[in-house]
Design a protein around this ligand. Structure first.
Ligand SMILES: Cc1ncc(COP(=O)(O)O)c(C=O)c1O
Length: 493
């Protein structure tokens, strides 16, 4: 059975259920598996032709022991989680215009139109199942830059064992993303908009981490989180890399390349996990916007905290990509003590110069590029203006821009898959500006679910950043007084 340890090395190994219920490890590190399961080439080949849900079952069963979730329950939960996706293929792969060997993997066909739906629906179903078994209830605190919050709010709505608090920087996400959270009519969903967040979602992350790390608060309110700090999100996201490979590579020794629009490095870390599991990956492209922390770390070995820059791809406006710690953990020989020291140094000085061996390891098979807003806009315009051209959202456009720039490094005939992480309908005002439309956008830029949200009453609490912790405590206490949740902690703390 695979057990889970902390990137900071300070905890005993725990089982899958304890790792995903807790979110963070008790020493403030991130959970990682003690060993990564290997998939042999014959096994991978035997999976050709499987649909997304069957493939997901095969991969996820390697991490989830049958004694924790029996196979038929897992299978059912996977099936149920993707029933709400609008495409029968779940995450369809399409050719990118008439560019040779370039593909778009549409990860945004779920209920809230972003790639976060791919892992969130299943994670919430798994959590609810495990909590029901333990007769417990969890309060989920979740910082969001605009897409995780909606995915969590929809996926958790009405779940008996979960209270969900999506927390976002007010005014720094699109109104459509905000409404995707505040229009959810369920009494276990409590969206909170926060004013004066200088560093956007990163500011909220700090409060969430501090509260979950506080043993008293965590125990009192049974706190956890479901952003990509939660191991389960990473594990589920590794599936789409396998799915893309199986559809694009037919030759026995062929490989695939990926361009991934990156912020907190959750999606791309899942790609590197797939590679460690045996997926034949030629290269990854880590595409960032003008917030260049990841680009600097990969290209120069300098992990630097800089001030937040607001960009068109706002969900990727992230200062500290926390999943990079997971990647560093595996790149420095799983040395938890080293990661602990590095995290401390980074916290105190805002920077870390990686030693040459670690830098060499993190660069292995990964290129990076930072794409500014004018290039992002130009890529959207050029693609849209191509006859029959594809309409990219600003996040996907960052990945496509980087792919177009760096694809000449790939061998001939190597398929290059760009991860499409959001539907353009989530950003109508920006799309109008970029495409030069005054009124109604073309059908590709609209979606009925966004129209529906416009007519629903908003359920929103707002507060200043300085009052976030006290607001959360007040809200959660009110819920506990109502006698809804149990006051028992869901996990050993
Ligand atoms: C639309 C979109 N694209 C890309 C990203 C970046 O993904 P990650 O944080 O996993 O690197 C996000 C994350 O917030 C997102 O919402």
């Amino acid at each position: 059975m695979i057990r889970y340890v902390s990137t900071k090395g300070g905890t005993d190994p725990v089982n899958f259920d304890d790792a995903i219920l807790a979110g963070f490890a008790a020493d403030g590190g991130l959970f990682v598996p003690e060993r990564i399961p290997l998939i042999k080439a014959e096994t991978l080949n035997s999976w050709r032709g499987l649909g997304y849900t069957d493939l997901a079952f095969n991969i996820l069963s390697l991490y989830i022991d049958k004694t924790i979730i029996p196979a038929d329950h897992l299978k059912n939960m996977i099936r149920k989680s993707y029933e709400t996706f609008e495409s029968p293929e779940v995450i369809p792969l399409v050719k990118f215009n008439n560019e040779e060997n370039m593909y778009i993997m549409e990860l945004f066909r779920g209920p809230t139109l972003s790639f976060k739906d791919v892992a969130m629906g299943l994670l919430m179903n798994l959590l609810d199942y495990l909590l029901k078994k333990r007769d417990l209830r969890l309060s989920i605190l979740l910082a969001t830059t605009g897409d995780t919050g909606p995915a969590a709010a929809r996926a958790a709505a009405g779940k008996k064992h979960i209270d969900c608090y999506p927390i976002f920087p007010l005014g720094m996400i699109s109104l459509e993303q905000q409404r995707q959270m505040t229009s959810v009519q369920a009494d276990n969903i409590h969206p909170i908009g926060v004013l004066n967040c200088k560093d956007g979602g990163d500011d909220i992350d700090k409060v969430v981490a501090r509260m979950i790390g506080d043993p008293k608060l965590s125990k009192k309110f049974s706190l956890s989180t479901v952003n990509s700090i939660n191991w389960c999100r990473i594990m589920i996201q590794s599936v789409h890399y396998f799915y893309a490979y199986l559809q694009t590579v037919k030759a026995p020794h062929g490989k695939v390349a990926f361009s991934v629009p990156s912020g907190a490095f959750g999606n791309l870390f899942a790609g590197t996990l797939a590679r460690e599991m045996g997926l034949p990956v030629e290269r990854f492209i880590c595409a960032t916007n003008n917030n260049q922390t990841l680009h600097m770390a990969i290209s120069q070995g300098k992990f630097l905290k800089k001030d937040l820059i607001e960009t068109f791809s706002s969900a990727m406006d992230i200062v500290v990509p926390y999943n990079f710690w997971r990647y560093l953990y595996f790149s420095c020989g799983k040395n938890g003590a080293k990661i602990k020291l590095w995290m401390e140094e980074f916290k105190n000085t805002g920077q870390l110069n990686l030693d040459s061996q670690t830098h060499h390891n993190i660069k292995r098979g990964i290129d990076s590029l930072s794409v500014n807003d004018s290039i992002t806009a130009r890529t959207i315009q050029q693609s849209f203006n191509t006859p029959g051209g594809y309409l990219l959202d600003p996040h996907t456009a960052v990945a496509v821009s980087a792919a177009l720039e760096l694809r000449n490094k790939l061998p001939n005939n190597c398929p290059l898959v760009c991860m499409a992480t959001a539907h353009p309908a989530k950003f109508p005002e920006l799309m109008k500006r970029i495409l030069g439309f005054k009124d109604k956008l073309p059908p590709e830029a609209r979606h009925q679910s966004i129209e529906n949200d416009r007519n629903t009453k908003e359920n929103l609490i707002s507060c200043k950043y300085s009052a976030l912790e006290s607001t959360l405590v007040k809200q959660m206490s009110a819920w506990f007084k109502k006698g809804r949740p149990t006051s028992q902690p869901a996990i050993k703390i």
